[in-house]
Design a protein around this ligand. Structure first.
Ligand code: NAD
Ligand code: ZN
Ligand code: ZN
Length: 362
C-alpha cells in the first residue's frame, strides 16, 4: 500500500543508463541509455524522483569489475542521487511525498546485527549497495530503504548537494577517523578529484591546514582556490616525500593523510611522509592494490594506518549540515544522464577536476 504521488502520476517507464556487462578492467563496457520500468517501493522503502546524481569513481570501478565483490547485472549504477520523494511505503513515518531526499552508497542494511545496532551500519554483513548490488541513481526513479535515505532540507540546490551524498560523507568521516585537531596539517592525496575537492572544503571548515597532492596545473589552481595551504604535483615532483614534509612549518610532516587516489603508489608513500604518531586513512580503492610499509619505521615512529568506509546515518546528517551552512562549495559540472559514458572516459583518463553531476532529464 502506497501513499499517492504528489501529482498522482508516477510513470510506468523511465530513462536509465544500464550496464549490461562489466568491462573486465577496461572502460569499454559502456552503459546503454534506454527505457526501463519504474521500480515499486516496498513497505519500508521510498521511491525518489532523482533529479541529479554525482558520478563517483566507485561507479567506474563497478562497471570495470575492479573489485572482488560480485556486482549485479544488468546494473543501473550511481549512488549520489538527489531528488524528491514521490511515494512512501506504509511503514515509513518520517518521510512524506514532496520531501527532498538522497540515495547514498549504503542503500540499506539489516538493522539487526551487532554493527547495525551500534550505528556502524557500513560494516553490516548484509548491505544493499546502491549502483552495485541494487540499482542506483543513474535513472529517473530509484528506491531507498527509508531508514538510510539522506534527509535534505527544503530549498537545497539538488545538483550542488548530490556529490555530498557519497564524496562529502566519506571524506568527512575519514577526517573524523584520523583524529586530527583544528590547526593541524592533513595531506589530501587525490585532492583535485571528486572526493578530494570536497575533502579540501571540509578540512577548511574544520579548521585544518591542507596539503593537496594531485597532478597537473589545473588541479593545483583549483586546490588552492578550495583552501589548500600547499600543492604538491605528483607528476612533476622530484621528491614527493620531501616536498610534503617541507610543506609543514617544522618539516616533520602532516599529522594525518587522507588517501583518495585511484592507484597504489601513493599508498606506499604516505607512511614515509606522515608525522611520527600520525594517522594514514585509506579511502581510495584501486584495483588489486596492496599496502606496504616498512615495519621498523612503522613501529618506531608509532604510525597508525586505518581504513575508512563511507559513513553512518549520523555522519550523513552532519556532512549535510556543513553543506547547508554554506561551508562546502566544490566545483562540479552538469551534463545529461545520456552522456555518462563520456564522463567515464574522462574519469578513466584522470581528467576530471572536481565532480561531474548528471541531470536525469536528458
Ligand atoms: P576521482 O577520479 O574523482 O579522483 C581521483 C584523483 O586521484 C584524481 O584527481 C587523480 O588525478 C588523483 N590521483 C591519481 N593518482 C594519484 C597519485 N599518484 N597521487 C595523487 N593523486 C593521484 O575519484 P573519486 O570519485 O574522488 O574516488 C576516489 C577513490 O575513492 C575511488 O577509488 C573510489 O572508489 C573511492 N571511494 C571510496 C569510498 C570509501 O568509502 N572508502 C567512498 C567513495 C569513493
Ligand atoms: Zn561514491
Ligand atoms: Zn546489519
Amino acid at each position: 500500500m502506497l501513499t499517492m504521488a504528489t501529482n498522482g502520476t508516477i510513470p510506468k517507464e523511465q530513462w536509465a543508463m544500464v550496464v549490461e556487462k562489466t568491462g573486465g578492467r577496461t572502460v569499454d563496457a559502456a552503459c546503454v541509455y534506454k527505457q526501463i520500468p519504474v521500480p515499486v517501493p516496498g513497505p519500508d522503502e521510498v521511491l525518489i524522483n532523482i533529479k541529479y546524481s554525482g558520478v563517483c569513481h566507485t561507479d567506474l570501478h563497478a562497471m570495470m569489475g575492479d573489485w572482488p565483490l560480485p556486482v549485479k547485472m544488468p546494473l543501473v549504477g550511481g549512488h549520489e542521487g538527489a531528488g524528491v520523494v514521490v511515494a512512501v511505503g506504509e511503514l515509513v513515518k518520517d518521510l512524506k511525498v514532496g520531501d527532498l531526499a538522497g540515495i547514498k552508497w549504503l542503500n540499506g542494511s539489516c538493522m539487526a546485527c551487532g554493527f547495525c545496532r551500534q550505528a556502524d551500519e557500513p560494516l553490516c554483513g548484509e548491505p544493499r549497495l546502491s549502483g552495485y548490488t541494487v540499482d542506483g541513481t543513474f535513472q529517473q526513479y530509484a528506491i531507498g530503504k527509508a531508514a538510510h535515505v539522506a534527509r535534505i532540507p527544503q530549498g537545497t540546490d539538488l545538483k550542488a548537494v548530490a556529490p555530498v551524498l557519497c564524496a562529502g560523507i566519506t571524506v568527512y568521516k575519514g577526517i573524523k577517523e584520523s583524529g586530527i585537531r583544528a590547526g593541524q596539517y592533513i595531506a589530501i592525496v587525490g585532492a583535485g578529484g571528486g572526493l578530494g575537492s570536497l575533502a579540501l572544503q571540509y578540512a577548511k571548515a574544520m579548521g585544518l591546514q591542507a596539503i593537496a597532492i594531485d597532478g597537473g596545473e589545473e588541479k593545483g589552481a583549483t586546490c588552492k582556490t578550495l583552501g589548500a595551504a600547499a600543492y604538491v604535483d605528483f607528476m612533476t615532483s622530484k621528491d614527493l616525500v620531501a616536498e610534503v614534509k617541507a610543506a609543514t612549518p617544522d618539516g616533520l610532516g602532516p599529522h594525518a593523510v587522507l588517501l583518495l587516489a585511484v592507484n597504489e603508489k601513493p599508498f606506499q608513500q604516505a607512511t614515509e611522509y606522515v608525522r611520527s604518531r600520525g594517522t594514514v586513512v585509506c579511502i581510495g580503492l584501486p584495483a588489486n592494490a596492496y599496502l606496504k610499509a616498512g615495519v621498523f619505521d612503522f613501529v618506531t615512529r608509532m604510525i597508525t594506518i586505518k581504513g575508512s568506509y563511507v559513513g553512518n546515518r549520523q555522519d550523513t546528517a552532519e556532512a549535510l549540515e556543513f553543506y547547508s551552512k554554506g561551508l562546502i562549495q566544490a566545483p562540479f559540472q552538469v551534463v545529461g544522464l545520456s552522456q555518462l559514458n563520456e564522463v567515464y572516459q574522462k574519469m578513466h583518463g584522470g581528467q576530471i577536476v572536481g565532480r561531474y553531476v548528471v541531470d536525469t532529464s536528458c
